[in-house]
Ligand binder design. Structure first.
Ligand SMILES: Cc1ncc(COP(=O)(O)O)c(C=O)c1O
Length: 430
């Protein structure tokens, strides 16, 4: 079976976690957190890093640190995981959805300026599937309108924009260390910034708004601390950070392997002439290749959900990243509606995410592409046969089409016999 994504853990990772578990002093609030944060700073080149328990928490703290509150508007791409815009709602702000570039699936920068008004405080950009955005243009918009850019880099740790690592480009960057991401801590996240004031706010809010952390309290009088803001428990444990420390050392090799696999996928798609039906996302900037997305060129011919079902039946557990956020009930109930970002809605119906992870190899890709090829050939031949019913028996055509799209298998022989039978009975009637 092939999942669309999977973590990779080696003996070094296990040893690293074991060492923390054997340590009698700290499972949380200990030295591994600081060490992980320092290593994130060293890797990305940024000045400050705060490790937290998820990217969702990181996004929430990033929004709080820049003071997003009631009536503030924040621009966010229409396609991402919902956490990218839920963080605005947590703070009482209003997500303003911007359509995407259909080639890269990143935010369409040309459409941002039209969405800016006096209430706009920030732009949350997502390095979709791992590909970085055009930060030169985004930073120009930031300067022109005095906005803050939060980079949701849940997909893009390990990528660079013009020789700078992600994490050191925008005002605030958030990372995810969920198991399907490029590196993992099981669950976890981090925020990076070069702004000390923002860092201090984030650190405070990560742990209940307490003025002294556990170690400072332990060293002095432990009950003499103050709570100066309404904070949270978004802390990550030493156990998870020790896994992060070990994974981060391998991140460059993880990204390199993903790049090779994507190159091989693209080669195989062309070799099998599947490029007549499918197109991979375009890479204009560097990517850390978190997920491998292909777009169906003609969804009249190849229905995405049918392709999804058939691949799942063959144990290729593909996925779809993602439905436009505002189409979820939560957002519809807030007044967002279909048609808001037409390109995102169109792209959503065309995309499918094929398996991509470190332990995958070229032979696995051969198997996946062979199966994909056979499924597509089968869909096209069955579709063409069903299409022949359209003129001779439109009602039956409608039933067959519905059954086919919902995953019912038809043999060519069965359809040909049925077609002959219907043609004969219609010509007899005439
Ligand atoms: C773009 C994006 N942002 C944020 C998140 C949330 O990450 P986490 O699961 O670490 O909270 C995800 C998770 O899939 C994501 O894909």
């Amino acid at each position: 079976m092939y999942n669309y994504g999977k973590h990779f853990i080696d003996l070094e990772d296990i040893e690293s976690v074991k060492n923390v578990l054997k340590n009698e002093n700290f499972l949380t609030c200990g030295p591994k957190i600081r060490e992980f944060e320092k290593n994130i700073c060293k890797y990305t080149g940024c000045s400050f890093s705060c490790a937290v328990n998820s990217c969702t928490s990181a996004l929430h703290l990033a929004c709080l640190s820049i003071g997003i509150s009631l009536n503030d508007e924040v621009i966010v791409p229409a396609i991402s995981f919902a956490a990218s815009s839920n963080c605005i709602l947590y703070c009482g702000g209003k997500p303003v959805f911007c359509d995407i570039d259909p080639n890269t699936m990143n935010i369409d920068i040309q459409k941002i300026e039209k969405l800016i008004n006096e209430r706009t405080k920030a732009i949350i950009v997502v390095d979709f599937a791992g590909q970085v955005n055009d930060y030169e243009r985004l930073l120009q918009i930031k300067e022109k309108y005095n906005l803050i850019i939060i980079e949701d880099a849940a997909h893009s740790i390990g990528a660079k924009y013009k020789s700078k690592y992600v994490g050191n480009i925008t005002d605030l960057t958030t990372f995810s260390f969920h198991p399907v991401k490029n590196m993992t801590t099981g669950e976890g996240g981090a925020i990076t910034t070069n702004d000390e004031k923002l860092y201090k706010k984030i650190k405070l809010l990560r742990s209940h708004g307490l003025t002294k952390d556990f170690n400072e309290r332990n060293e002095k009088v432990s009950h003499q601390y103050d709570i100066i803001s309404l904070g949270y428990n978004y802390r990550i444990s030493d156990i998870l950070c020790s896994l992060g420390i070990s994974q981060l050392q391998k991140l460059d090799s993880f990204v390199e392997k993903r790049k090779e696999l994507v190159t091989y996928y693209n080669y195989k798609i062309n070799e099998k002439k599947l490029n007549n039906y499918l197109e991979p996302l375009k890479y204009i900037f560097e990517s850390s290749h978190h997920i491998y997305i292909i777009k169906i060129k003609n969804t009249e011919l190849i229905n995405r959900d049918l392709l999804y079902k058939k691949l799942h039946k063959q144990n290729i557990k593909v996925n779809v990243h993602y439905k436009p956020i505002y189409l979820f009930t939560l957002y519809k109930n807030l007044g967002y509606h279909k048609g808001l970002c037409p390109i995102a809605e169109d792209v959503y119906n065309k995309i499918i995410t094929l398996p991509l992870y470190y332990s995958l190899n070229n032979k696995d890709i051969d198997i996946i592409i062979d199966k994909l090829h056979k499924i597509i050939e089968n869909i096209i031949s069955t579709s063409n046969l069903i299409k022949r019913f359209e003129k001779i028996d439109p009602i039956l055509y409608g039933f067959l089409q519905n059954d086919f799209i919902s995953g019912k298998e038809f043999s060519d022989l069965y359809l040909e016999d049925l077609l002959n039978e219907r043609s004969e009975s219609i010509s007899l009637r005439n």
